[in-house]
Design a protein around this ligand. Structure first.
Ligand SMILES: NC(=O)c1ccc[n+]([C@@H]2O[C@H](COP(=O)([O-])OP(=O)(O)OC[C@H]3O[C@@H](n4cnc5c(N)ncnc54)[C@H](OP(=O)(O)O)[C@@H]3O)[C@@H](O)[C@H]2O)c1
Length: 364
C-alpha cells in the first residue's frame, strides 16, 4: 500500500469512531500531512459539532503552536468525504481549508448533498477516488439516503439449518446462540431505526431496543421503532409502547391509537395498498434515517423482497432443525413467482459460537 492509501486508511479508521453518534451526518475522518508525515488528526463526532477537517486543523494548531500557520500552508489533507462547501449547522470546511492555504486535498467519495468542492475551489489541487469502495461501504446508509432517497436496508434473520425462523406455534426466541443474540443487539445499536411487522409484535412482543451488546449504552441513542399496522392489530399495550425508545407508527385512517410521549403517528397512512417503498422513503425524508434494520417475519420479508428493497440479508444459521412445523423466513412460492431465482452474494461469513453469520447481498 502506498502512503496516500495509508493516510486515507487512517482517515477512514478515524471516521469509524463516529459510527454510533454521527447519524444523520456521515462518518468522516481526516489526517493532515506535512512532508508525508501526519501532523494532525480529526473526526466528526456529532451533528452540529465540528467536522473532521476542522478538528484536524485544530489538532495541528495544538500540536505545533506558533508554527502551525506556516506548516499548514505547506501541507496536504486526507478526508474520506468531499469537504463541505455550504453552511449547515457549522460553516463550510472548504473556507477553512482555503484560509489556511492547504495545498492539496485528497478524498474517497463525492458528497452529492453539497455543491462540488472542486468546482467551487478550482485553486485548490484535488485528487479523488482513493479507497473509493471502502469509503462507500463505510457510509452506505448516508449515500443511500442522499442518492436514492431511502435508507440502506439490512434484514436480520435467525434461522435453523432447514430455514425455519419459528415454530408454527409462534415460538422463535431461542433458535440462535447467546453470541448471535448479542451480535443482534450490537447491530441494533448501529441502526437508526428498526422495522418490524404486526405478526412479530403479536407473537413475540419484542422491545426492539439494544440492551445486551457489550457497548456503552450511554454513548448512543436507541433506534427508532417503526411499525406499519394496516389492519388495526396494535392494542397500545405492546412492549413497543414502553418509553425505552421512540416509536413511529404508520396507522390506517380508522385507528383509535393516539400520539403520546415517545409515540409518533406518521402523516403517511397505512392503507392496504401502501407500498413499503413509500414507508422507507418517508423514513429517509422525514426522519433522516440512514440505516434501517428489519427484524420481521415472512410477511414483511416477502413484501420487501418483492419490492426489491432488501440491500443486505444478515443470516444467523444455527445447528438446529425445526422440522415440518416450521415457518420459513421467506415464502419462496410467492416471492419467486415475481422475481424468479434470487442469487445472493456472500460478503462476509463469521462464526459466532455454534452459529454461522452470513452477510448476503441479493442480486435481483
Ligand atoms: N427468527 C427470526 O429472525 C424472526 C424475526 C422476526 C420474527 N420472527 C417470527 O416470525 C413470526 C411472525 O411472522 P409474520 O410473517 O406473521 O410476521 P411479520 O412479518 O412481522 O408481520 C406480518 C404482517 O405484516 C403485515 N404486512 C405484510 N406485508 C405488509 C406490507 N407490505 N405493508 C404493511 N404491512 C405488511 C401483514 O399484516 P396485515 O395484513 O394485517 O397488514 C402481515 O400479517 C413469529 O413467529 C416470529 O417469532 C422470527
Amino acid at each position: 500500500m502506498n502512503s496516500k492509501k495509508e493516510h486515507m486508511l487512517e482517515a477512514l479508521e478515524l471516521a469509524n469512531r463516529g459510527a454510533l453518534t454521527t447519524s444523520p451526518n456521515p462518518m468522516v475522518g481526516c489526517v493532515i500531512t506535512h512532508d508525508n508525515k501526519i501532523i494532525g488528526r480529526g473526526w466528526h463526532e456529532i451533528s452540529g459539532e465540528n467536522h473532521a477537517e476542522i478538528n484536524a486543523i485544530e489538532d495541528v494548531i495544538n500540536n505545533l503552536g506558533d508554527k502551525a500557520k506556516e506548516v499548514l500552508s505547506e501541507s496536504e489533507l486526507f478526508v474520506n468525504l468531499e469537504p463541505c462547501t455550504t453552511y449547515g449547522k457549522t460553516p463550510p470546511c472548504a473556507d477553512s481549508i482555503k484560509e489556511y492555504g492547504i495545498k492539496k486535498v485528497y478524498f474517497c467519495n463525492e458528497d452529492k448533498a453539497q455543491k462540488s468542492f472542486t468546482k467551487m475551489h478550482p485553486e485548490i489541487e484535488v485528487e479523488k477516488g482513493i479507497l473509493e469502495n471502502e469509503g462507500r461501504k463505510l457510509n452506505r446508509g448516508f449515500f443511500s439516503r442522499i442518492e436514492r432517497g431511502r435508507p440502506y436496508i439490512s434484514c436480520k434473520v435467525a434461522s435453523s439449518l432447514d430455514g425455519g425462523i419459528a415454530l408454527l406455534s409462534g415460538e422463535s426466541k431461542w433458535i440462535t446462540s447467546s453470541n448471535s443474540r448479542k451480535d443482534v443487539h450490537k447491530i441494533r445499536a448501529y441502526a437508526d431505526a428498526i422495522l418490524t411487522g404486526t405478526g412479530t409484535l403479536s407473537k413475540d412482543d419484542p422491545r426492539l431496543t439494544s440492551r445486551d451488546s457489550g457497548l456503552n449504552e450511554s454513548l448512543f441513542k436507541q433506534p427508532l421503532r417503526v411499525i406499519v399496522d394496516r389492519n388495526n392489530v396494535l392494542t397500545g399495550k405492546e412492549e413497543i409502547f414502553s418509553s425505552d425508545a421512540p416509536t413511529l407508527l404508520f396507522l390506517n385512517e380508522e385507528s383509535q391509537l393516539k400520539e403520546k410521549d415517545g409515540i409518533e403517528i406518521a402523516k403517511l397512512k397505512a392503507s392496504p395498498n401502501l407500498f413499503l417503498e413509500e414507508v422507507v422513503n418517508y423514513l429517509a425524508e422525514e426522519k433522516l434515517i440512514n440505516n434501517l434494520m428489519v427484524e420481521a417475519g415472512s410477511g414483511i420479508m416477502n413484501s420487501l423482497l418483492q419490492e426489491r428493497l432488501i440491500d443486505e440479508l444478515v443470516l444467523y444459521k444455527a445447528p438446529k432443525l425445526l422440522g415440518e412445523n416450521r415457518l420459513s423466513f421467506i415464502n419462496l412460492d410467492v416471492v419467486t413467482k415475481k422475481l424468479g431465482t434470487i442469487d445472493l452474494e456472500i460478503e462476509d461469513i463469521e462464526e459466532l459460537g455454534q452459529d454461522i453469520k452470513y452477510s448476503l447481498v441479493p442480486k435481483y
